[in-house]
Design a protein around this ligand. Structure first.
Ligand code: E4P
Length: 218
């Protein structure tokens, strides 16, 4: 399973990238807004920093606008994946970009039918937003199970990128189902690293080490 970070925060990206646990990045306009910096320079820096796929989202809602934006975004680096919303105009853009060999990530997926159509249009990734489904009382993980099964049944080459993840259990469930990618906010990746028994265990070891007679330490 690949782990992407769902953020535009350069400090977090650097921290986790240095640990070798980040396979790629996803961003969106809201995440870029939070950084209060030029979105273009942030996007360029992320693309330079990360070797793996970096999803950068278009703002246009007409296919021609999306395609023009995509052409600009892919100039930032070879690892750019163009994020396109799951709307009819978006599917037209996905098909055209696929024909040009430009990878896409179809975002704002909330049903298996949307995932099937995005894949048919030529999406490299589909991003089902499970947390937002959980928020309205529908079990997001059920959607992941459906999409993964359908794509397997027909050997679709689109990868399922589990998005809108809210806690570490979402990651374990997605991994058990066999989704190819999860994209996580940095704080959730941080929670996955920690375990209280690891910390108390380490404290105990270090404490006992301090008690060793100094003369015995060569
Ligand atoms: C995915 O690519 C999106 O950026 C993201 O996962 C949305 O998550 P949210 O529901 O926490 O905003």
């Amino acid at each position: 399973m690949k782990i992407f970070l769902d953020t535009a925060n350069l400090a977090s990206i650097r921290t986790y990238n240095d640990m070798g646990i980040v396979d790629g990045i996803t961003t969106n306009p809201s995440l870029l807004y939070k950084e209060k910096q030029s979105p273009e320079s942030v996007m360029r820096e992320i693309v330079e920093l990360i070797k793996g796929p970096v999803s950068l989202e278009v703002i246009g809602t007409k296919s021609e606008e999306m395609i023009t934006e995509a052409h600009k975004l892919v100039k930032f680096g070879k690892n750019v994946v163009v994020k396109i919303p799951m709307i009819p105009e978006g599917l037209i853009a996905v098909k055209r970009l696929r024909d040009e060999g430009i990878p896409t990530n179809v975002t704002l997926i909330f049903s298996a039918n949307q995932a099937i159509l995005a894949s048919k249009a030529g999406a490299s990734y589909v991003s089902p937003f499970i947390g937002r489904l959980d928020d309205i009382g529908q079990e997001g993980m059920v959607l992941i199970r459906e999409i993964v099964q359908i794509f397997r049944n027909y050997n679709f080459d689109t990868q399922t990128l589990v998005a809108s993840i809210r806690h570490p259990l979402h990651v374990i469930e997605a991994a058990k189902i066999g989704a190819e990618v999860v994209t996580l906010p940095p704080d959730i990746l941080g929670k996955m690293i920690k375990h209280p028994l690891t910390q108390t265990g380490l404290d105990l070891f270090l404490n006992d080490w301090k008690k060793i007679d100094k003369d015995l330490l060569i």
